[in-house]
Write a protein that binds this ligand. Sequence first.
Ligand SMILES: [Cu+2]
Length: 216
Amino acid sequence: MRLPGNLYNAVKHHMSGHSEWHVARLNPAEFGRAGQAAINAARAKYPGVKCVKEAGAGEQFLEFHREMLRHFKWIVDDTAEPGFHFDEWTELPQWVIDRLEPGYMNGFLGAIPGFIAGPSVDALGAFVESTLHGITLYHGVHNTCHSVIAAAEAELYPGDSRRRDASMVEMREAPHNECFWSLHSWIDGMYAAWQLQHGIPVDVSPKPPGGHHHST
Ligand SMILES: [Cu+2]
């Protein structure tokens, strides 16, 4: 569901670059001329962003959304929205798990410790997102959850105006949905676990927005 008013406005303002960042990572070979033009325009704004078929894209996915989360925490602290509670998921809620393919969650949970203990944070990100690089059994919990949450909201809250401009399957709208932040908190916890296991300092403190999430 859409974030409440003041937070929605603040996130809409500060996170407008999210969609273009994802567009910059698309594989031009899969698109026609108009799509390729959009990808090139996005890449001009986000130089250095790796295509989803390249090594390194999984790590960039984790790092980009870590930064977004830190900005979001800052926005929550800075925005008067009485009664709002940022629900930082440490596991998926049952209503999401119930809508996954049978056996998927157990398979995912069985695989993830190996990625967290493994040497490559890029492999972890690619598996979780998943990028074209990370296509193995039980990959793509991030993409799957975006779809599952969108479908669940349509089923549970048909006609509710709080679904407007907050679709979890529209890259431009998804950050306006409170589940976006909860889901990415859960994913960020896996990134933090990898960093901890590999002796890398974890910084998830609030951070003023600005820079590359903001396209206007
Ligand atoms: Cu994203």
